[in-house]
Each structure stands twice: as C-alpha cells, then as structure tokens.
Design a protein around this ligand. Structure first.
Ligand code: UDX
Length: 475
C-alpha cells in the first residue's frame, strides 16, 4: 500500500578514511535502493584520491555513483574541503590535520549543508560516521533527523560507549590500569584488557585521537538512530545493551556484492583478470590471500618474518602490497629478493577487488589485519582467517573472529613474530584437521550473515523498521 510519507532525503558524511568511505558508499546505495534520496559528501582530498586511482586504471569516470544512478537510484554527489589544500600531506602532518578535522572541518560542513538545504529544502536527514563530533548540533540547527553510522562491530561500539565504566573501574586512563578481566560492560560478557581497542591500551590518554573518541561518543548519545554494520545474531548482547538506551539497528553486512554495485576504487581490469586466471590454475582452497588494509603499518621486522614465513610454508599466495591508493600513508616494502624467490608460487598485486578475489574457489585462507570490512568480507566468502591485528578496533575484532566465532587463528601468540610461527600457523590454517575444523565453524558464521540479508533476515527486517521509523520522525 502506498504511504503518504515523504521520500527521505539524507545528506551523508563518511569519515575521510578508506575503511569508512567504502561501507558508507554501500550504505548509500542500499538506502537509495529502498527509496531514499542521498546526497553523498566526500572530502575533496578523498575525492582526488579516488579519481587518481580510477585514472591510473584507465577509468576516467569521476562520478563514483554513475552505475547506481544508471539503475535509477537518486544519489547525488558533492565534495567539501577539510580545510587544508590538496597538496597538504595529511599523513606526514597528522597532528595538524586532526586539529583541523576537529576544529575547522565542522564549519565547512555546516556551510555546505546550509547551501544544500537552501537549494533543495527536501533534505530531512543527516547520516554521519559515528567518529564525527559535530552531527548532533548540525542536525539540531537544520532540523534534520540525526542518523549515526557505525562501521565497526557492536562490541567495539559498546566499549567506547561505556568508557566511563572503564575509567571508573580502573581499566582505562588510570595511573596503573588493571589487567584483570572486564566483566561489567553491559552487553559484553567478558573481555580481557589485551583485547581492547588499541587507543584504550595507551598510557597517554589525552591525544588528539582520544579527543575525537570522547567527543564522538558524547555526540552519538544524542543521535536519533544508530546504524551498525554488523549482524544481530552475531552480536546479540552488544546490540541489545545499546538498544536499551537508543534505537540501534544491525543492518550488516553492507557489502558491495549485495544488490547494486557501489565499487569506488577502480581496479585495473587487466590485473584483476590476471589474478583470476592465475587463481584458476590453483587447486581449490590452496591459496592464501594476504592484505593488511589501507592504514595499518607493518613494521620492517614483521614484514621480513611474514615474507620468510610465507616462503617456508610453501603455500601459494596473493599479497596485496600497496592497498593505500586512498591515503597518503607510506606503503610498506617487501624484503629484497623476495619477489625472485617466490617464482610462480605468489602473486603480488598493488590493489584488487578484494571480495571478488577472496570469493575465488582457490582461496583457502586470509591473512588479515582484522579490519572490520575485511572480516565481514572474509566471512561472506566463507574464508577462515589468520589474524594479525595491528591497531584501532583490530585487536577487538580478532577476539570476535578467533575466540567467539572460532572462524580464525591467531598468527602470533606472543611477540616478537617469528618466521617459524608464521609457517606453522599458515599450515594449520590451510591444511590438516585444524583447517577442517575452522572451515566447519566458518560455514556456520557464513550462513548466519547470508541469512541476515535474505528477504526475511534480521538485517533486512531492521533496515525496513529503521526506514519506517525515520519516515515517522520526519513527519
Ligand atoms: C580501517 C581500520 O583499519 C579498520 O580496523 C576499521 O574497521 C575500518 O577502518 P582498513 O584498514 O582499510 O580499515 O581495513 P578494512 O576495514 O579491512 O577495509 C579495507 C577495505 O578495502 C575492504 O573493504 C577491502 O575489500 C578493500 N580492499 C582492500 C580492496 O578492495 N582491495 C584491496 O586490494 C585491499
């Protein structure tokens, strides 16, 4: 039955990092396919990086939503300055950049939103990454429904949400943090301090990153709705605990291969097809995919041990070496001579369509930094993980994958990493009884997340409920 509700029009602001822009693009496409008008806003710096990557791969289309628009979706695209010239190196001048992100960027966003609304008063919602600290005041100023998009697991959300409890109990920001089990966070049965997000393990707790977290988690408490890129069945307690306080919807996994294609970073078709052809020559489940995401630095020692461990393991692999086409970050280098040593046992690629590669039947394992998008994509494709978390939410994501879902192994039980441990763990991941057990467990988790996005699945239901509530709120 037709409703009389107006068509929601949301202005959407992802965080300026690849691991956040990617799910935001997929969310935009998903919401547009359910009747939203979306005005998607990237920073000019991110826009330039996307265009640069596209033109390197002979794709001169500057419009990242051209495909979605061709299928009739109402997605508009705008850019906003982050306050720094395009030539400014945001990675080398990180502190200065974060200061600007906190204090200058919000004014530019405010101006842009004012202009968008002046030109089109149909705008009714603001969807912003939870790490932004300004959405609630902006939403209030322009009378918009405030929707916060959380691109990491609900467990991580819950821990940041209850920072006050961690402080009160002496597990964070105390002179000498407690190291015993944390069992008082609503929705978190128990977690060891070592599994907390890297920012909560630091002794200096007044850095700019901490300021962002404090401000963002004050702000999200004023949001009208929270969308989380997870699946309710996988994180029931964490979701329920927040739901007791605010409307939160687990709507994941928001991925590119579900529904409309929202791929933003072009991949050279040639290298992608070279990769598929190479994988076609390998037995099922025999190849290890290796990638550490877009912003996680692997130090020289670990690179050496990883590379030598891979050689010792004799397993075939695809290694994404420069996944940083969308950041100013320095890429990490392989040890000298490695490429000659691997012969045809390994393929080193600068970038690929990850989900397409790991869904190839030849892929049998994923050596990952546990970025949340990679975790979801790996589960989606049913590929067990070898976990090597580096920073931010990755140690906590590891806990979910290895300890809770038993769909992966730890690469390194005790630092420093050694090549022999790498060899052994790769072997346990890829072959023998341990590999069989992991695949069985992974099958169960995969089924859960596939079911969630089915017509009657939990994520599909939640997104419909959310849209219904948003329309009522707009009314
Ligand atoms: C960052 C943080 O590191 C992560 O912990 C957080 O959850 C999100 O922000 P990132 O390091 O980029 O993310 O890792 P991840 O979340 O795994 O995202 C990487 C994305 O890039 C994935 O969607 C993956 O498919 C894509 N990718 C990566 C490619 O498409 N091709 C590649 O070659 C490598």
């Amino acid at each position: 039955m037709e409703t009389t509700h107006p068509k929601p029009h949301a202005v959407m602001f992802p965080l300026h990092l690849q691991g956040h822009v990617i799910p935001a693009v997929h969310l935009a496409v998903k919401l547009a396919s359910k009747g939203f008008t979306i005005t998607f806003v990237n920073t000019q710096a991110i826009h330039r990086q996307i265009i640069k990557s596209r033109s390197q791969h002979h794709d001169d289309d500057q419009d990242i939503f051209a495909g979605a628009r061709k299928s009739g979706l109402d997605i508009r695209y705008k850019t906003v300055t982050d306050g720094f010239p395009l030539s400014f190196n945001r990675s080398l001048n990180r502190e200065q950049f974060i200061e600007g992100f906190l204090h200058v960027f919000p004014a530019h966003v405010d101006e842009l939103v004012g202009n968008i609304i002046a030109a089109d008063p149909s705008v009714s919602c603001l969807i912003a990454d939870t790490f932004h600290s300004w959405p609630s005041s902006l939403a209030q100023k322009y009378n918009l429904v405030h929707i916060s998009f959380w691109t990491e697991p609900a467990l991580v959300f819950n821990l940041y949400y209850h920072l006050d409890l961690l402080v009160k109990n002496g597990h964070f920001a105390s002179h000498d943090n407690r190291e015993d089990t944390i069992d008082y966070i609503p929705g978190v049965e128990a977690i060891e301090p070592k599994d907390l997000m890297s920012y909560l393990r630091e002794t200096e707790v007044s850095t700019l990153m901490h300021k962002i977290i404090y401000k963002a988690f004050e702000d999200v408490k004023k949001a009208d709705f929270i969308l989380c890129n997870t699946v309710e069945e996988l994180e029931l307690h964490a979701i329920s605990a927040v739901r007791g306080k605010q409307p939160i919807y687990a709507i994941g996994p928001v991925l590119s291969n579900i529904g409309q294609n929202g791929s933003i970073v072009a991949t050279s078709l040639r290298s992608q097809s070279d990769c598929s052809q190479w994988l076609d020559t390998k037995p099922h489940g025999s190849v290890l995919y290796v990638s550490f995401g877009s912003m996680s630095p692997v130090n020289e020692h670990d690179m050496e041990e990883l590379a030598q461990g891979l050689l010792l393991s004799k397993v075939c692999f695809v290694w994404v070496l420069r996944p940083d086409t969308m950041s100013d970050a320095e890429s990490y280098a392989l040890p000298v001579g490695f490429e000659d040593d691997i012969k045809d046992r390994g393929l080193i690629v600068p970038w690929c369509n990850q989900i397409e590669v790991i869904s190839h039947p030849a892929i049998g394992g994923f050596l990952t930094h546990c970025g949340w998008n990679s975790v979801l994509e790996s589960i989606w494709c049913g590929v067990p993980m070898l976990c090597f978390p580096i920073l931010t939410d990755q140690p906590t994501n590891r806990k979910l994958v290895v300890d809770d879902w038993r769909a992966g192994l730890n690469l390194c039980d005790k630092k420093p990493l050694t090549r022999f441990e790498v060899r052994e763990k790769i072997s346990s991941l890829m072959s023998g009884k341990s590999a069989e057990v992991l695949r069985e467990e992974m099958k169960k988790v995969k089924e859960i997340i596939h079911n969630a996005v089915d017509k009657d699945g939990s994520s599909e239901k939640r997104i419909c409920e959310f849209i219904c509530q948003v329309k009522t709120k707009i009314d």
